[in-house]
Design a protein around this ligand. Sequence first.
Ligand SMILES: N[C@@H](CCC(=O)N[C@@H](CS)C(=O)NCC(=O)O)C(=O)O
Length: 234
Amino acid sequence: MRREVPGSTRYAAGGNHEMTIIITAFDRSPDGGKGLARDTRVRWALEEVGQPYEVRPVSFRAMKEPAHLALHPFGQIPTYEEGDLALFETGAIVFHIADRHAGLLPVDANSRARAITWMFAALNTVEPPILEYANAKLLEGDKPWHAERLPLVEDRVRARLDQLSARLGGGDWLDGAFSAGDLLMASVLLRVKSSGILDGFTNLAAYLARGEARPAYKRAFEAQRAANTSTIKH
Ligand SMILES: N[C@@H](CCC(=O)N[C@@H](CS)C(=O)NCC(=O)O)C(=O)O
């Protein structure tokens, strides 16, 4: 039975579903709808597998209150609810979606294991230096050591991207067909798109553009953009 979520918005992905999927997102994303908040990657995964979902917007204050902390021990978004199941961490959420529905993980066991490896690589190896760089730019601009530190942090990003670029080579995706590994890797790369760093890595820039061109990504992006730019407060 469908549960009504106060203040929620429903996105129809057009597939069959048994239980309503509810995710949380910022009620107003700090990026103003550029798609960098992590609900976008969950929306993208749900769109890829054709699962409809609802979004419950949460404010920064509500995120730190007991009701949300019961869902997410670190008081963050996104969360994922499906019947009795409540999940947090986008890696776990995207894996759950990919595991339950066809389209994001290969059937062949070894190919599937490699795709999962790329999911971990995106979140554990590529995202950390990118986050460090984003935080250095966003939060440390007023520190006396900022100008000295930023190039060091940027070099760490470039070093990682260099390695990723070498592995991707001329391939469309990281390992055969598009997978949840590519979805997370592209989501992570989106965070440096506006910095110009990707300009030095033409194959990675093209890889990201391929991700962004996927209809499922476009739907996900548009849904979060609309939610973050509408004048009607959810
Ligand atoms: N590792 C977590 C990170 C979640 C995260 O950092 N969420 C951000 C939004 S993209 C958040 O809620 N920030 C607000 C806060 O930490 O107070 C994941 O992948 O789900």
